[in-house]
Design a protein around this ligand. Structure first.
Ligand code: CMP
Length: 135
């Protein structure tokens, strides 16, 4: 069994997509083991996305992800990291595969509705970022 982190970004929360996205997760037989609705501080957002610190889009990304609440969801299942990445689609909604969450709801590279961990190592650290070990 593997675990991963899925975030519903501010545009998903503001446009009332929390229920729709959770339904997609449940329909894919993924198990929700932890969930939180939070408003990230700038400092926390910069820490969470620190791998992108030197990128030209970093400031825009931090501004966007701190503009409203987000939902952090810890998921469990076999091969869950890969399965959730397929469920959400590629970063750019315009290039995302048909039927994926980003293709259906994402607007552009920044306003792309969801985030999911991309490796076992990232999943471990991203889960730890939002949830305590004992949660
Ligand atoms: P996410 O999966 O949250 O991980 C990092 C985010 O950076 C990514 O989704 C995008 O929202 C954003 N991002 C990545 N590449 C670009 C880019 N070229 N231009 C703007 N935003 C980007």
């Amino acid at each position: 069994m593997e675990r991963t982190l899925l975030l519903i970004k501010p545009d998903g929360v503001q446009r009332g997509l929390i229920g729709k996205i959770i339904t997609e997760v449940e329909n894919a037989d993924l198990v929700i083991v932890n969930m939180r609705l939070i408003h990230l501080s700038r400092e926390d957002a910069e820490k969470f996305y620190s791998v992108h610190k030197a990128k030209p889009f970093f400031r825009k990304l931090v501004n966007f992800v701190t503009k409203d609440r987000i939902v952090a969801i810890e998921l469990e299942g076999e091969n869950v990291i890969k399965r959730v990445r397929s469920l959400i689609g590629t970063t750019d909604p315009k290039k995302a595969e048909k039927g994926t969450i980003r293709e259906k709801y994402g607007l552009d590279m920044t306003v792309n509705t969801v985030h999911a961990s991309d490796s076992k190592e990232t999943a471990r650290s991203e889960i730890r970022f939002f949830f305590d070990e004992e949660d």
